[in-house]
Design a protein around this ligand. Structure first.
Ligand code: ZN
Length: 366
């Protein structure tokens, strides 16, 4: 029973699209802020309770606990239940990742169909987010559609009945619309490929596709203007990644944890360089994971150890074979772009069905 349930959950793909409520009138904004504040405090209260009890189960919170939160924060039972559920998920995922007791930083609340109704709006706004009580305030939040949201709708992603309401770190209010679609079955036909990425060279696929090289050049010009940097890079890399053709790919292998490359040639201070490189890799990996899900491509995470210093032709691992952007094998003479060599190694891990290069019988450390 439990397994079947989990299975059916896995089959839905969900995406969120954030719309800022810049034009919300002051009275409504104050009501929403107050509501978010109360929800935030209640979620933290539940988190602390579950954590203290070491309750990391997936079960719903017991009614007794729900009532305690309800009475303490003046909520309805239904809202207290929803917030307890949110807290439970946070606690469970923190525990699963070996993290400490979660601090609820964000003022975000997920509102199910008991609390909210979405309607198309006529006039200068596109959506009416109608909060209908049950513990949420009763009010209508008008929201404009964005290009991001419209793209999902045009691509056939139906709007879910759930909406997220929140306040970001700059205290701006937003609504997150959720769109969802059934996940397509995994492809059974196609090739296995590896993908290497670094922020100097962009993304390299083992079938020789390369995208995003121009992003690094743009990053170099950003140095001082930190504020808009990430949004700009996201849009640049997103645009570049869309050029990747995965139509013939069945399985894609990427590195589990990015090795850090500290080039000395960069204009960034070393720490910034490193942070940027981590952040960018995480962003690319996320993007690719979503794309794979939508295309039915199996994504496999592989051990990054030795992928850049092993020859993809003769399997000998030697640091000295790596010379800058080239891989020049000291043993068999194979010469190839260093990132393409790494991507080919990842591809081979995928084909062999193993996690790391050391599991390949022909691999040797020189
Ligand atoms: Zn070789």
């Amino acid at each position: 029973m439990k397994k079947a349930h989990r299975h059916s959950q896995v089959k839905m793909m969900r995406r969120a699209s954030r719309v800022y409520l810049n034009e919300l009138n002051a009275g409504k904004a104050a009501t929403v802020r107050e509501f978010l504040h109360r929800c935030h405090d209640a979620v933290q209260y539940f988190v602390d309770l579950f954590w203290q009890r070491e309750d990391f189960s997936a079960d719903l919170a017991d009614l007794d606990t729900v009532h305690r939160g309800r009475d303490r924060f003046g909520l309805t039972t239904r809202l207290a239940q929803a917030l307890a559920k949110q807290a439970k998920e946070m606690v469970r995922s923190a525990q699963a990742q070996g993290k400490r007791r979660p601090k609820v930083r964000q003022h975000t609340v997920t509102l199910y169909s008991h609390f909210v109704k979405l309607e198309r709006f006529d006039g200068s706004f596109d959506w009416a987010v109608r909060l209908i009580g049950s513990g949420a305030p009763r009010l209508v939040i008008p929201a404009k559609s964005t290009a991001h949201l419209n793209r999902f709708l045009a691509d056939g992603w139906p709007m879910a009945k759930t909406v997220r309401l929140g306040r970001d770190h700059r205290k701006r209010l937003f609504v997150e619309f959720i769109v969802e679609k059934r996940r397509p079955p995994l492809k059974t036909q196609g090739s296995t490929e590896g993908m290497d990425s670094n922020y100097k060279k962009g993304v390299v696929l083992s079938d020789q596709q390369m995208v995003g090289q121009e992003v690094y050049e743009r990053i170099q010009t950003f140095t001082k203007r930190q504020k808009n940097t990430k949004a700009e890079i996201k849009s640049l890399i997103g645009h570049a990644l869309k050029q990747l053709d995965l139509s013939g790919v069945k399985k894609l292998c990427i590195e589990n944890l990015k090795r850090v490359r500290c080039g000395t040639g960069g204009k960034f201070p070393r720490t910034l360089n490193r942070r940027m490189s981590h952040w960018l890799y995480a962003y690319i990996a996320d993007w690719v994971a979503r794309r794979c899900e939508e295309l039915g491509v199996r994504l496999e995470w592989k051990n990054p150890a030795y992928t850049s210093t092993t020859c993809s032709l003769c399997d000998r691992c030697d640091r000295r074979s790596r010379v800058g952007d080239r891989f020049q094998c000291r043993h068999c003479g194979f010469s190839i772009d260093a990132d393409l060599n790494a991507a080919l190694n990842l591809k081979r891990l995928g084909e062999a069905g193993v996690y790391g290069l050391r599991s390949l019988p022909s691999w040797s450390f020189v």
